[in-house]
Design a protein around this ligand. Sequence first.
Ligand SMILES: O=C(NCCCCCn1ccnc1)c1cc(-c2ccc(F)cc2)cc(O)c1O
Ligand SMILES: [Mg+2]
Length: 214
Amino acid sequence: MDQSKEQRILNSVSYNAVKGDPESVLNCIDKYCGQYEWAMNVGDEKGIILDKTVEEADPTVALEMGTYCGYSAIRIARLLKPNARLLSIEFNPEFIPIAKEIIEIAGLSEKVTIIEGHSQDIIPQLKKKYEVETLDFVFLDHWKERYAPDTILLEECGLLRKGSILLADNIVYPGAPEFIKYIRSNSRYECTSYPTFLEYMKVEDAMEKAVYMG
Ligand SMILES: O=C(NCCCCCn1ccnc1)c1cc(-c2ccc(F)cc2)cc(O)c1O
Ligand SMILES: [Mg+2]
């Protein structure tokens, strides 16, 4: 059976990256996807915005929705302080072993827990099953039509606290209009838009930061 694009990305990382060096894993993925096969990693340009937001949040517990190959999980986890952790939700079972291997090569397996399933099923389990009190940082990068309902669900499950920072990818392309409508019209959030470009392309995109004010 022919290998998948995600398997080819893993092959490239496994062959070219320096084991235990997150930066070299990120550079390898960005080179491969920039030169050979486009893939939906947040990428090196939007990755800077993600880095800055994670540094601002300095999270003890972070959540990501949309693991894919683990690129953004590595970007986030490499910035976490000791004993801080990232939970990453992925729906597609094909991606999970690949993400796990790539995160392992980056030397960050201890900091990242990948949870397989639908975000709407997992979010209500975070407190009891995953021992989460509240989330300090949330990166939304999964199905774009799930951004709004899952944000509401995070609120309803008491997972956000004063100052929790949400960052959403792909606000312009593919777009998340319902999320933007919800978050910008809700006085409980302080929103900031970051115009940028789609990963590896000269196509406009944007990221939206939303700070929950409680
Ligand atoms: O669809 C995206 N991500 C979700 C993938 C499925 C998530 C599954 N899941 C995980 C947890 N719960 C559900 C996405 C797409 C694009 C894109 C851009 C241009 C284009 F021509 C085609 C696609 C760029 C991104 O940056 C993206 O993030
Ligand atoms: Mg994305």
